[in-house]
Design a protein around this ligand. Sequence first.
Ligand SMILES: C[S@@+](CC[C@H](N)C(=O)[O-])C[C@H]1O[C@@H](n2cnc3c(N)ncnc32)[C@H](O)[C@@H]1O
Length: 371
Amino acid sequence: MRASQPWCFFCVITPGLEELALAEFLEKRALLGTTVDPIALPGGFEVTIPWEQGRALTAVLKIPTRVMVRLTTVTARDFPKLFQKASDLPWTQWLSHPEPLWKVSIHQCRLMHSGRVEETLIEAMKKAHVKKPFSNRWQKENLSPETLYVRGVDDVWTFSLDITGIALYKRGVSDIKGEAPLRETLAAACLRFLFKDAPSEPIHLWDPMCGSGTFLFEALGHQLPTEREFAYQTSVLNLGVAPWKPKTTLTPWPIEKCSGHDLNPALVNRLVEKSITWGVHDVIKAPQVPVSDGPLWIVSNPPYGERLALPEGIPEFSRKLSESLSNVPCEKVLLLVPASWPDFKIKDRKPQEILRFTHGGLAVEARLWKL
Ligand SMILES: C[S@@+](CC[C@H](N)C(=O)[O-])C[C@H]1O[C@@H](n2cnc3c(N)ncnc32)[C@H](O)[C@@H]1O
């Protein structure tokens, strides 16, 4: 019964990627078996669908960093009221573990102290447990505490349960990471930006500074559900509900071959994924351009000159990179670089489109050339 009951799910999106994330949901909602439209909100989007469908947003979508389910809202302008309302909530219907981790955020509320709000909620929950004791399933199954997000806006407190667990950019596909790996969720957004206009024939996708190969893994896996554990699987909301299965399959992106090269042999030689051709090269001094029958598309994020140093300086590196890539017979190039990097051209052209967002607090641009 609970599986078919509608719940409101909120998908958290990196600012700047909202439009791509909504487009991804619209394209993939058939996998969930829904035709419901999402509602765009600050920081993400919301969709109200049955539990059995909504829990799978975690597996299906590649751009959100987290998915949570809205539990309830209460209005409280003082601590006694917050305590009283929170102690009356049906926690045992929502939580598997009696001591959740709290994430409190407050915007324009009379109660301004997040530490005191958390203390009040902990005490209220203890009182609720006395009235309605928790089952000991969490002890028997050694369950981890869940994370509860509490957001106060204008004295209205929204309680949301995280159904993700480890952040969604951890796909569980490859644990080999370089020194400056790109988050999978950001790579997925850049790739959707690149694949917005489908190629006329299957392409060869090449990352000439591939590091741990995030772009390539993401490109091959974008249309497939993520296979890893999610917090919802042990949630009380999921008890007795059959494991999720996709309602349909999506056509993979038309990628005939994938190649990844990097300067760092110690990294590349550990990458064993067989569907990708790996190699060591210097993209500036001696690029090993893949030989390809179909059109060649390039996607890469060069060293930013921060965690990975660029001794020659950014202007010189970007000039040389632009010169090197201008000699490659390719149809499209997407480079993810800090917004502060100089403008540079490829084959005497400026990028036609730019996607702007932040990567680890740094303003970045995915610059897209269609050549
Ligand atoms: C920001 S990292 C790429 C991270 C990658 N997208 C990932 O997710 O792991 C930049 C990569 O460029 C490589 N690199 C730097 N200079 C290079 C060059 N001249 N030729 C090829 N690769 C280079 C570095 O070794 C590093 O792995």
